[in-house]
Design a protein around this ligand. Structure first.
Ligand code: HEC
Length: 91
């Protein structure tokens, strides 16, 4: 009898742990999408080289660089737009 209860508790535990895990992942995704362009720039554009100064390039150049670095940094289109918007605003 004791072991039956144990199994049920374990299954319930696994169910809640999985639910929490899924909820946790989706909220992390939301937080990632809610990040500002400046934040995304600071976190992603320093991984391979120094974060380039926004003043180093013109708006048109940032558009092109954004597309190149989007693939390298593995960003979504939305995140890239934010970074590029930030760079164009700050140059
Ligand atoms: C996975 C590594 C990686 C990440 C992440 C990365 N870069 Fe780069 N970046 C490179 C490499 C390699 C080069 C030089 C070769 C080239 O230009 O493609 C470069 C070159 C550049 C240059 C020089 C101009 C040019 O086009 O050559 C700029 C500006 C730049 N990156 C901006 C950024 C920005 C902004 C981000 C963030 C969105 C970023 N990088 C993220 C690897 C990376």
């Amino acid at each position: 009898m004791k072991s039956k209860k144990y199994i049920i508790n374990t299954l319930l535990g696994m169910f809640f742990a999985t639910t929490l895990f899924i909820v946790g992942c989706s909220s992390t995704q939301d937080v990632a999408l809610a990040k500002s362009g400046a934040q995304l720039w600071g976190e992603n554009c320093v991984r391979c080289h120094n974060a380039p100064s926004p003043t180093a390039f013109s708006d048109i150049q940032w558009e092109t660089i954004g597309q190149h670095m989007r693939i390298r940094a593995n960003l979504t289109a939305q995140q890239t737009d934010k970074v590029v918007e930030f760079l164009k605003m700050a140059n």
